[in-house]
Design a protein around this ligand. Structure first.
Ligand code: SF4
Length: 738
């Protein structure tokens, strides 16, 4: 008898009347799960399921993917273009033509009055790759502002910068299959089970089969740390010191791979000289990991036949983010752990198509990892797009994080925001608010009209979301996967591609530049541009991608015809990069070993603000909750902001479980509910960043010198007990407004 019941009720699965399943790839994180959305007889999306024969997720989805079909009918969707003269007025509905003409006229007015770079464009990691490419063509080829960037600066630019500095190009060299071959995995600042649940499942399955050593470096006892063989609770912001100390041990004990270093790298002497200064005794005083553990971890990593490293925001969102990535690459290069099964340095990407924007948006340069600084690249693209090469700037403009400072200083007067929400996502909200208020003109293009940033817009353009559109996205392991339009955008909302093409018509009156209408044709154009380059996609097309549930780049036209003639399916694509000696992207084919002196420039706890503020994600929510805050089954599991606080600190401050506390930093204050837990040490609290008017009221967000990514994870605060708990509860509820 089960729990005293003689009869167990059978589980009933409601029949939702599904008559058709349509294919897509999940639009939240960068794992890249293949998903099918079920439509009922009225054509309404009513269910989501994982695709069983997709290599990435093998039928599985996480909590966000399972409810993704609910996005199509979620509240707050924009149904009509809206306009107003001043941002504090009420919105008035507008015709598409009027709204687009206004945006065009305002861009040109501001550019002619203050110069071409006084108008900024900031996009996202959320759109489809063909949309990124088209926006890049419009911005670089016709509008001509150099202050064009994506919100990926907030999550991935340290990884991009680190890869470029070490290997000569962006592009993660490994893949998920590496979990099945590795003997040791170090996860730096990455909490897979909550942030990338399906990658975690792939990793865990491989680990259960092969029992490789799992080492987790994280100041907090995350869910992944609880599963680790060794957990290194590092002092925030000191990863580079630990990396240098590990390399010190590896060289001292002769555990490095001299053959690999000789054949593939430059700079070994300078690196050795720098890490010589980081003996484990000295390093342990800075990074908080004892000297013996540093030695054990260095030996375990270097002696493994194949060892891999992954990382996420714990490394990227730091003033040493780019250096942290270079340090990871240094460790991989000196032990020969690049380009071999189980040996890699794999950045776990953030947004669903952060990779697509890195490859094709032209934000930091020109398409397919071409550089504005390279004359030949400028000439190639000018010829291909039929524009004057002199129209291109000769070096990249401001990063997103610098654009807001230029707005504050009055250098940038106009802004077009596309599927991004800086009022929620950027550090130090009060400063961003001031910057937004100073704009002469702001256009917000988003699928939701009620975002925090739309408060400051003069024109709102309603866009389609996720699988209301046609195109591809690239995941963490360079796998390009297809989204088919499952349902049209609601009301008068239009796919972003349609909006860019209509805008292009206004800047392209003579018709010199071609803008194809169909995503499939744009993809083929991109394929032609990719021939012979690192990210060669010339062997793919939309149909082949969908048939194979995604293909990893590079996949060349030659590979495609060979696979066809052999009758092979599915095509493997480029499982790994840099598999052969001397194939790195620098002109001589060698990677760079770069010394990393440590400069401690973070804000650190002191007498007035004695507690570290650590921020991060929850499994239920996606970034600013613009989407998941409106999906009931995501929101109800995590409805309000809370902090993890050590029970000893809570007791010292007289704070009860479930009571509200006030956090105060040098920038502002915020209120959250207290959840005492041993997951954080006594001098640290963890605060999810998803909620409006909360974490980013506190964060300082110092910028990394190479990547300009903010250090969201290292700020100092103090915690105060709140006497009026009712008022605090009310305030906490208000944070759910957006
Ligand atoms: Fe979507 Fe990421 Fe969840 Fe997969 S793991 S279902 S890609 S949110």
């Amino acid at each position: 008898m089960l729990f005293g019941r003689a009869k167990k009720n059978p589980i009933k699965i409601a029949d939702k009347g599904i008559i058709e399943w349509k294919y897509a790839v999940c639009g939240y994180c960068s794992t890249g799960c293949s998903i099918e959305v079920g439509l009922n007889a009225e054509g309404r999306p009513v269910s989501s399921r994982g695709v069983a024969d997709a290599d990435v997720n093998r039928g599985k989805l996480c909590l966000k993917g399972i409810f993704e079909h609910e996005l199509f009918t979620s509240a707050g969707r924009g149904l009509k273009p809206l306009m107003r003269t001043h941002w504090h007025q009420d919105w008035q509905p507008a015709r598409w033509d009027t709204a687009l003409d206004t945006v065009h006229d305002e861009i040109r007015r501001i550019q002619s009055q203050y110069g071409p770079d006084s108008f900024a464009i900031i996009s996202t990691g959320q759109m489809l790759t063909e949309e990124f490419y088209t926006l890049g063509k419009l911005t670089r080829g016709l509008i001509g502002t150099n202050n064009y960037d994506g919100n990926t600066t907030l999550c991935m630019s340290s990884a991009v910068s680190g890869y470029k500095r070490s290997f000569g190009s962006d592009g993660p060299p490994g893949c998920y299959e590496d979990f099945e071959h590795t003997d040791c995995l170090i996860a730096w600042g990455s909490n897979l089970p909550e942030q990338h649940p399906i990658i975690y499942w792939r990793m865990k399955e491989a680990q259960e089969q092969r029992g490789f050593t799992l080492i987790v470096v994280d100041p907090r006892v995350t869910m992944l740390a609880q599963n680790a063989h060794i957990h290194l609770a590092i002092t925030p912001g000191t990863d580079v010191v630990l990396m240098n100390a590990m390399m010190h041990v590896i060289f001292k004990e002769n555990l490095h791979d001299q053959r690999y270093i000789d054949a593939n790298t430059h700079g070994i002497e300078a690196l050795r000289a720098e890490v010589e200064k980081y003996d484990p005794v000295t390093a342990s005083k800075i990074c908080g990991i004892d000297e013996d553990t540093i030695r054990v971890v260095a030996r375990t990593f270097a002696k493994s036949k194949a060892a891999m490293q992954i990382w996420t925001m714990g490394i990227n969102q730091s003033t040493h983010g780019s250096d942290g990535v270079v340090g990871i690459n240094n460790l991989a290069l000196i032990t020969g752990n690049i380009g071999k099964p189980g040996g890699t340095s794999l950045s776990i990407t953030g947004q669903c198509n952060a990779m697509g924007t890195r490859e094709w948006s032209s934000c930091s340069g020109l398409p397919n990892y071409r550089y504005l600084e390279n004359e030949q690249h400028r000439a190639e693209m000018a010829q291909f797009w039929n524009v004057d090469p002199a129209f291109f700037p000769k070096k990249r403009g401001m990063f997103q994080t610098d654009i807001y400072q230029a707005m504050e200083a009055g250098q940038i007067k106009g802004l077009w925001l596309i599927a991004t929400n800086p009022m929620s996502s950027l550090p130090n909200t009060a400063r961003i608010r001031k910057a937004m208020e100073k704009l002469e003109f702001c256009c917000v293009q988003d699928c939701y009209q009620d975002t925090e940033s739309a408060q400051y817009a003069h024109v709102y353009l309603p866009a389609g979301t996720w699988a209301e559109k046609d195109g591809v996205m690239t995941n963490t392991e360079r796998r390009i996967n297809r989204i088919t339009p499952i349902t049209p955008p609601p009301g008068e909302a239009k796919p972003d591609l349609w909006i860019f093409n209509r805008m292009a018509e206004r800047f392209n009156k003579e018709g010199k530049v071609t803008f194809p209408e169909k995503a499939g044709d744009i993809f083929l154009e991109m394929g032609r541009l990719s021939k012979g380059r690192l990210a060669d996609i010339s062997g793919m097309d939309h149909a082949l991608i969908e048939k194979n549930r995604g293909i990893q780049w590079p996949y060349t036209a030659d590979q495609a015809s060979l696979d066809k003639s052999r009758g092979e399916a599915p095509p493997k694509g480029g499982t790994r990069l840099y598999t052969v000696d001397g194939t790195f992207s620098y002109a001589d084919g060698r990677a760079k070993l770069i010394p990393l002196p440590f400069i401690d420039n973070n804000e650190v706890p002191d007498e007035k603000f004695p507690v570290w503020l650590n921020t991060g994600r929850l499994i239920e929510h996606w970034h600013g909750r613009t989407k998941t805050g409106k999906v009931a089954n995501n929101n109800k599991f995590s409805p309000i902001p809370f902090i993890e606080i050590n029970p000893a600190l809570a007791e010292e401050l007289g704070i009860q479980r479930g009571g509200y506390v006030r956090m105060v930093s040098r920038r502002g204050d915020a209120v959250a509910m207290a959840q005492p837990t041993q997951r954080v040490p006594k001098n640290m609290v963890f605060l999810p960043f998803h909620f409006h008017d909360c974490a980013n009221r506190l964060t300082l967000g110092l910028l990394d010198p190479h990547s300009r990514q903010p250090a969201y994870k290292q700020s100092a605060i103090r915690i105060e007990k709140i006497d009026d708990q009712m008022a605090a509860a009310k305030l906490s509820m208000e944070m759910r407004k957006f």
